[in-house]
Write a protein that binds this ligand. Structure first.
Ligand code: FES
Ligand SMILES: [Fe+2]
Length: 348
């Protein structure tokens, strides 16, 4: 069962241009389009005339025109034009979903439209700071439920096993013994991990020159139901990283992870890399993106295999371990949100 009363990323803003974009979100088949004024609309992908998917249509003056008999729908879902007649029946409309363009994302509300509060959309100002945080983004389709991908981001001990050659490095002890502080928040949870006086992983070494060992941090915030913002980096030992992380001459990146359910067992992984070093070298931004793309392809492979296994065997007989603490907190937050929606639905 999905959590519907929440903001999810429907697409990157630059994915929606002159052509309609079909995308299934929380099991609903949608079509996204951008009208001639540049406004984005999100409609059910089903014309109210004969049920043809609107994704076969095109953007015209006034909105999205169905590709079968030419009805035009605006971003609110209202039919605004029917070829050959002036009277438009009141029932001529399709469902629309609140959608907001912000910080290079398109955020969509899949629940009760009257409860869509745009002030609850998280801020990601780094996407608007191209000088300090040059960045790139993409989306991966993942053949696994979104919860498994969020799990992956809540337990970073996997870095030493899944990402040996990129962001992890091969010394598992560094990750298992990291200092980890988890702080619950109203909106989810926050954690900060420190790995002190350790070897830097391959991705970091490619990006900057360290003198020797580094002090390394990973700061994550989970914002329910499915956004994770990350700031990771490293400074040479002796530079006082724990007192002040925001110093020049080290490695620093910000990653955005947005998981949007497609079905119960598939999701979209919207992610971006912002690099906080050598910002005036475009190749540094490209290299970081390529490194992270490799690492996330490694996550995709293991989580999709996990989903395939769990689809057969179910989740019985799984054992929690110490490193699951943040993951378990995250899952409880999702269960609470789900229970809240179920209670409202059954009382209604
Ligand atoms: S099915 Fe859309 S206009 Fe006829
Ligand atoms: Fe990973």
């Amino acid at each position: 069962m999905f959590i519907r009363n929440a903001w999810y990323i429907a697409a990157w803003a630059d994915e929606v241009g002159p052509q309609p974009l079909a995308r299934t979100i929380l099991g609903d088949a949608l079509v996204l389009f951008r009208d001639h004024e540049g406004r984005v609309g999100a409609l059910e992908d089903r014309c109210c005339h004969r049920g043809t998917p609107l994704r076969f249509g095109e953007v015209v003056e006034g909105g999205l025109q169905c590709g079968y008999h030419g009805l035009v729908f605006d971003g609110s879902g209202a039919c605004v034009s029917i070829p050959g007649q002036t009277k438009i029946p009141a029932k001529a409309c399709v469902r629309s979903y609140p959608i907001v363009e912000k910080d290079e994302f398109l955020w969509i509300w899949m629940g009760e439209a009257s409860e869509a509060d745009t002030s609850k959309i998280l801020d990601y100002p780094f996407h608007n700071d191209h000088a300090k945080w040059p960045h790139k983004h993409t989306v991966y389709h993942i053949a696994a439920g979104y919860e498994l991908m969020v799990d992956n981001l809540m337990d970073l001990t996997h870095l030493a096993y899944v990402h040996k050659s990129t962001i992890g490095g091969s010394n598992a002890k560094i990750h298992v013994n990291a200092q980890m502080k988890v702080t619950p928040k109203d909106t989810g949870l926050h954690y900060l991990r420190w790995m002190l006086d350790c070897d830097a992983p391959p991705t970091y070494k490619k990006a900057v020159s360290f003198k020797g060992h580094v002090d390394r941090w990973q700061e994550f915030e989970f914002i329910a139901p499915s956004s994770v913002v990350q700031w990771s980096g490293a400074l040479d030992v002796g530079r006082g990283a724990q007192d002040r992380r925001d110093q020049d001459g080290g490695f620093s990146l910000r990653l955005f992870h947005g998981l949007t359910p497609e079905t119960e067992s598939s999701c979209f992984y919207f992610w971006s890399t912002c690099n906080g070093y050598r910002q005036d070298e475009p190749e540094a931004t490209e290299q970081l993106f390529a490194e992270i793309a490799n690492a996330f392809t490694e996550d995709k492979a293991i989580v999709e295999a996990q989903q395939a296994s769990l689809s057969v065997t179910g989740e019985d007989r799984l054992v929690d371990i110490v490193s699951d603490a943040a993951r378990i907190h995250m899952r409880r937050t999702l269960q609470r949100m789900q229970a809240g929606e179920s209670a409202v639905a059954s009382s209604a």
